[in-house]
Design a protein around this ligand. Structure first.
Ligand SMILES: Cc1cc2nc3c(=O)[nH]c(=O)nc-3n(C[C@H](O)[C@H](O)[C@H](O)COP(=O)(O)OP(=O)(O)OC[C@H]3O[C@@H](n4cnc5c(N)ncnc54)[C@H](O)[C@@H]3O)c2cc1C
Length: 386
């Protein structure tokens, strides 16, 4: 692929990550005429979905699991499987001929002489005037320090390493974390295993349908999905963090034999204790305790706060030319959902087009102007690599 050669022209935009967020970005960037490339560490577009646990079915129906310009095939009221969405994303990249370079993990991002310089895992260099980080809001499982107190005899998994009940060792399984994922895993393991579910703060579970319509239909029609994080509705949603599916109510899980215990407070060897005072022996722990970002490969200090977390506001970072897409609550509840990421991508693409345009019109170098004219060639050439 020509743009991976260090001697080729600097790209206008490098998008890192070809999940739904990177692809939505590609859809909108294509309309700006900017010269861009989308790179991803995975071998195939859609792999971030395919690699999730076997039984995962989206909580958003097909009608609300689509990116701009291409519906998800099948019953719009039905719920797609994770592989179906993986394949949909792959077909999306192909349909819009997005310039995607799979199998291109980025190990380092830095700024050198006013350009962004990225180094791939196999040592190649890509330069760009701007960058979009589309690396996912739910990247790495966040595992509490308590995990270190658990003896080697117990198997420890995360939603990233858990596959299915058959591959889960026999015995008592403790699922820590009762968000949608923790509850789904506890529910399916209850068929085959003794299951404890350590619940944290109370969570709201909403019905999937109200008055014959899907909950996402209502959220869309009432504008809830588009409420910004600082609006009254947004603040409420962030606090309550509800998820749909009444079969995931704790009372329903108890009926299926899941032992819902309180917060996990201590672990020693294969014995765990809870805020309720209960102490129980376990064989397997599944940490469904949330996610964290990988940020260490980004060598741009101004992009991170004192704790090392990325800084951005509606996708725009304090570093000119460096933007984000797909952050949780980047702007709305929809920002980290398939259905909502397109609106944010449009905003970020317009911001980039404006800032590149401004830089060029206010005396940017001749070489930048020259590179801008390569748009079509680069996109067509790279689209073949998908
Ligand atoms: C268990 C679970 C269930 C979910 N269910 C739903 C649902 O039902 N409906 C819904 O709308 N949303 C759902 N989401 C939320 C969200 O839609 C998904 O997390 C989605 O995968 C986010 O897309 P993304 O493109 O932002 O990130 P990802 O899908 O994580 O894609 C990021 C991509 O960036 C690449 N990448 C990362 N770092 C690098 C690097 N350094 N170099 C190169 N490439 C890199 C990765 O390989 C990856 O392909 C769910 C999330 C989870 C975790």
């Amino acid at each position: 692929m020509s743009s991976m050669n260090p001697t080729t022209p600097t790209l206008d935009v490098l998008v890192i990550g070809a999940g739904q967020a990177g692809l939505a970005m590609g859809y909108h960037l294509k309309q700006t005429g900017l010269r861009f490339l989308i790179v991803d560490a995975h071998a195939r577009v859609g792999d971030s979905w395919r690699k999730r646990f076997d039984s995962l079915v989206l909580f958003t129906p097909r009608a609300y699991s689509a990116l701009p310009g291409l519906p998800v095939p099948g019953d719009p009221e039905g719920y797609p499987t994770k592989d179906e969405i993986g394949d949909y994303l792959e077909s999306y990249a192909r349909h819009f001929q997005l310039p995607v370079a799979p199998g291109t993990g980025i190990d380092r991002l830095e700024q050198v002489d006013g350009e962004f310089r990225t180094t791939t895992r196999d040592g190649r260099v890509i330069t760009s005037w701007t960058v979009v980080l589309a690396t996912g809001a739910f990247q790495e499982p966040a595992i509490p320090a308590l995990a270190q107190q658990i003896a080697d005899g117990a198997v420890q998994l995360t939603p990233k390493t858990y596959r299915n009940p058959a591959q889960t060792p026999a015995g008592t399984v403790l699922v820590v974390g009762d968000g949608a994922t923790g509850r789904q895993i506890a529910r399916e393991l209850s068929e085959t295993h003794q299951v404890l579910l350590a619940a944290g703060r109370p969570r709201r579970v909403s019905p999937s349908r109200i008055l014959g319509k899907n909950i996402f239909w209502w959220m869309d029609k009432l504008g809830v999905l588009r409420a910004s994080h600082d609006s009254a509705v947004g603040r409420y949603l962030k606090r309550a963090d509800p998820f749909p599916g009444k079969d995931l109510e704790l009372s329903r899980l108890r009926e299926r034999g899941v032992n819902v215990v309180g917060r996990l407070t201590e672990a020693a060897g294969q014995t765990v204790s809870f805020a309720s005072g209960e102490t129980i022996g376990i064989d397997v722990v599944i940490w469904a305790t949330g996610y964290r970002d990988r940020t260490e490969w980004v060598a741009i200090p101004a992009l991170k706060d004192a704790r090392g977390a990325f800084i951005q506001q509606r996708g725009i970072s304090p570093v000119p030319g460096l933007t984000f897409i797909g952050r949780n609550w980047q702007w709305t509840r929809g920002s980290a959902l398939v259905t909502g990421v397109g609106a944010d991508a449009s905003y970020v693409a317009q911001h980039l087009a404006r800032s590149i345009g401004d830089a060029r019109s206010t005396g940017a170098s001749e070489s930048r102007r020259h590179h801008g004219s390569d748009v079509v060639t680069a996109q067509t050439a790279s689209a073949d690599s998908d």
